[in-house]
Design a protein around this ligand. Structure first.
Ligand code: PLP
Length: 423
């Protein structure tokens, strides 16, 4: 008689196992389970300011000519649409768009994809990326998913501290781990989650430190500029890439998600020449080119100067929301003992610190109590690298992008009630 037919159980791959337990999915499901909640958690952009009219007009013009429209609706190339790459250089760098400069720009499906491709191109198992404490939680997952390590460097109100970075590199040299350090990850403009704007002088010093310590293995600086355009006070400052004279150290990750539309999801990388081949090879294996039509859309939006006009409108709207959150914090959180928060001048986030005895994580009392009171925040502990600095469990990220000014105020009032209840 034939053996009974038995199907083996599914054994997840190493990557699938490493991807488990992402806080982002857990947070989204908590929000969806409680639709009445005022979510100050999601880093989504303001629904009201999404550029519906601009996209409608430009799309209908782009589709006006059948031959051109068909080309746009076809696959494109792996590095992306040339006109868009030229406009990105013109708009965001001081570099003239020579052939060489253009070759270093790669368009991706959002900057998360660029971060992913860069991580794939730089990191082997057990390699290390140095990050601020705290830092962008999705990037922590990207690194962990490759079996590589994230290591935090002490951070103050101006971002990663150069002296602490030196001390960390010395420590890793002593333990024999220095050759594993492949990159330093920074979010220099209005960081997610801390809201910090790093002064240029500090960014420059970090680039110099990376170069000085690159004697055996090259240490790249990944400058994630996702929030560069969301500045509400003062003037723009130069990108980290301006401090990298030979262009071999700094990797810039940019995106139109926050400044235009995450639904269009166009991002880019400006890469050292030696990384263009590896990044495009990885991309070739994934999608051999980001959505072509979306790239043409963005190229046209930039060509007509509609992007700059849109960003002006966005800034005004987010500035009002930031002011609403800060004044609600002054009103409801200031009276609570030991509660402090940063006052950012851009971006989408306010970083708050509670008394050390209050655990803001899902295991602590405050998280559930906040849901009962009607609001949701991102526990700060999700934003800390695995090794290095201790995790500050009494912190949280509050987003002001999505909700109206009234709901921001109500959300902060609910948070204050929750803190009082568990204090
Ligand atoms: C710091 C940072 N980098 C990158 C991204 C990725 O954005 P996208 O992939 O939509 O370009 C985000 C999104 O929230 C972010 O906060």
């Amino acid at each position: 008689m034939a053996e009974p037919f038995v199907i083996s159980p599914y054994l997840p791959s190493r990557r699938a196992t490493l991807a488990e337990g992402q806080p982002i999915s857990e947070l989204m499901s908590r929000a969806l389970d409680n639709p009445g909640l005022i979510s100050l958690a999601a880093g989504f952009v303001d629904q009201e300011t999404l550029p519906v009219e601009i996209v409608r007009d430009v799309m209908s013009d782009l589709l006006g000519n059948d031959v051109e429209a068909r080309a746009m609706l076809q696959y494109g190339t792996t590095p992306g649409v040339t006109a868009l790459r030229e406009s990105i250089l013109d708009q965001f760098t001081s570099t003239t768009s020579t052939r060489e400069a253009l070759d270093r720009v790669v368009i991706t499906a959002g900057s998360n994809q660029l971060l992913h491709l860069v991580a794939e191109s730089l990191l082997d198992l057990e390699d290390i990326v140095l990050c601020a404490a705290p830092t962008y939680l999705v990037f922590l997952g990207t690194v962990a998913n490759l079996g590589a390590r994230t290591w935090s460097v002490a951070t103050d109100d101006l971002g990663m501290i150069p002296e602490a970075l030196e001390a960390t590199l010395q420590q890793l040299a002593r333990s024999g781990d220095l050759p594993r350090v492949k990159a330093i990850y920074l979010v220099p403009y209005f960081d997610n989650p801390s809201g910090i704007m790093m002064p240029s002088e500090r960014v420059q010093r970090i680039v110099q430190i990376a170069q000085r310590w690159s004697h055996k293995t090259r240490i790249h600086v990944i400058a994630d500029e996702a929030y560069r355009e969301l500045r509400y006070v003062g003037e723009d400052v130069p990108s980290a890439s301006e401090f990298d004279e030979d262009g071999e150290t700094v990797i810039v990750a940019g995106t139109f998600s926050k400044s235009f539309s995450p639904g269009v999801r166009v991002g880019w990388g400006i890469l050292p020449e030696h990384l263009v081949g590896p990044v495009c090879a990885q991309k070739g294996n994934i999608d051999f080119g980001s959505p072509n039509f979306n790239q043409h859309l963005m190229a046209e939006v930039l060509r007509r100067d509609l992007f700059t006009q849109h960003v002006e409108k966005l800034r005004a709207s987010y500035h009002r929301k930031l002011a609403a959150m800060l004044s609600a914090a002054d009103e409801f959180l200031a009276p609570l003992e030991g509660v402090t928060w940063r006052r950012p001048t851009g971006g989408l986030y306010v970083w708050a610190t509670l008394p050390p005895r209050i655990d803001t994580g899902p295991a602590g009392e405050l998280f559930d109590r906040s849901i009962v009171e009607g609001m949701l925040y991102v526990p700060g502990q999700y934003c800390y690298p695995v090794e290095g600095q201790p995790v500050a469990k009494n912190t949280m990220r509050l987003s002001f992008g999505v909700q109206s000014c009234e709901r921001i105020r109500a959300g902060i009032a609910a948070l204050a009630r929750a803190i009082q209840a568990v204090a």
